[in-house]
Design a protein around this ligand. Structure first.
Ligand SMILES: [Zn+2]
Length: 320
């Protein structure tokens, strides 16, 4: 082999070797790069997938929330209807326990009439107070624990304007307060403390939701009456019902007639009225009720005080 061809041979070998090294470098660089690009693409796809699944999950959650909300609303509605029905039944059974006196001479020459408003305060409390002021009449409010923002002022107004304030349970939910003695006491303490804190005095009168003769209580009412009395509190029922709590709203004329027609049967008449947002006809009837009472001979409209004779359905029951 000549020197030239030998040199040529070496040169070609070196060249081939160079090419091989460059090829290897190229592969070493591009392969990881390609892998990285592939991984990035894959990651992006997975991220999209995850976002889609998350969105679906959130949508499901929202549907669940909506369903739960609907269920809660329906449950609340059913509960309200149940309470309403209980109130109707209770009022009817209480009416049966009202003992009608023989209309006779009023012992000391004065018939005492007590206007009592249950279930408040409400959007109509202010109007009721205005009417009472207009006729210079004091009444009694058996209130519940309605802690709406505007209500503390209403509780205070009742007291500041010289009316009597009594307790009528905190929740007014028959199913809760009458479940057992413990739940009754818990509710009683709650309304007592709430009113003490809000109006600055502790009320000494109580009206049982549905009256002391209600038949819906799951607890012996005798026990609850005894408890109330052991607390130094007197409970009042009523002997004249305005009928304003019935499901179908009565006209103001009918409410007025219900009150005025029965008052004459009693020397001490406790009239049941309601102060709730759904009883505007009571507000409309009030002036005529007061005027009718003021026209009656030897009749005084008074607030319930510690001197007032109690009117209790249970007492009537016992003497039967
Ligand atoms: Zn009530």
């Amino acid at each position: 082999m000549s020197d030239i061809s030998h040199a040529e041979y070496r040169r070609r070998r070196v060249k081939r070797l160079k090419r091989m090294i460059l090829g290897a470098i190229f592969i070493l660089i591009t392969l990881p790069l390609a892998c990285s690009i592939w991984l990035l693409c894959e990651m992006h796809a997975k991220e999209n997938e995850l976002a889609e699944i998350t969105a679906q999950y959130e949508a499901q959650l929202q549907i669940t929330d909506e369903l739960q909300q609907k269920l809660d609303e329906q449950t609340a509605e059913a509960e309200a209807k149940y309470e309403d029905l209980l109130a109707q039944m209770t009022e009817q059974s209480a009416q049966e326990n009202i003992e009608v006196e023989e209309p006779g001479e009023v012992p000391d020459g004065i018939r005492r009439v007590y206007l009592t408003f249950d279930d408040g305060p409400s959007v109509y409390t202010e109007q009721i107070l205005e009417i009472l002021d207009e006729y210079n009449v004091k009444a009694t409010f058996f209130v519940t624990g309605l802690e709406a923002e505007t209500n503390p002022e209403r509780y205070r107004e009742i007291v500041e304007r010289g009316h009597s304030i009594g307790m009528h349970s905190y929740t007014h939910k028959y199913s809760e307060i009458y479940k057992n003695k413990e739940s009754f006491i818990k509710d009683y303490i709650k309304i007592r403390d709430y009113l003490t804190e809000t109006v600055g005095v502790t009320p000494t009168i109580y009206r049982f939701p549905g009256g002391s003769s209600n038949t819906v209580s799951q607890t012996d009412m005798d026990e609850l009456c005894e408890y109330i009395e052991s607390e130094g509190v007197r409970y009042f029922d009523w002997n004249v019902s305005s009928g304003d709590a019935t499901r179908y709203e009565l006209t103001p004329e009918k409410i007025t007639a219900n009150c005025l027609n029965s008052v004459g049967n009693f020397n001490t008449a406790v009239i049941l009225l309601h102060d709730t947002g759904s009883k505007y006809s009571t507000v409309q009837a009030l002036p005529a009720i007061i005027e009718g009472l003021q026209e009656m001979d030897d009749t005084q409209i008074l607030p319930i005080t510690d001197d007032t004779d109690v009117i209790q359905h249970r007492k009537n029951k016992e003497t039967e």
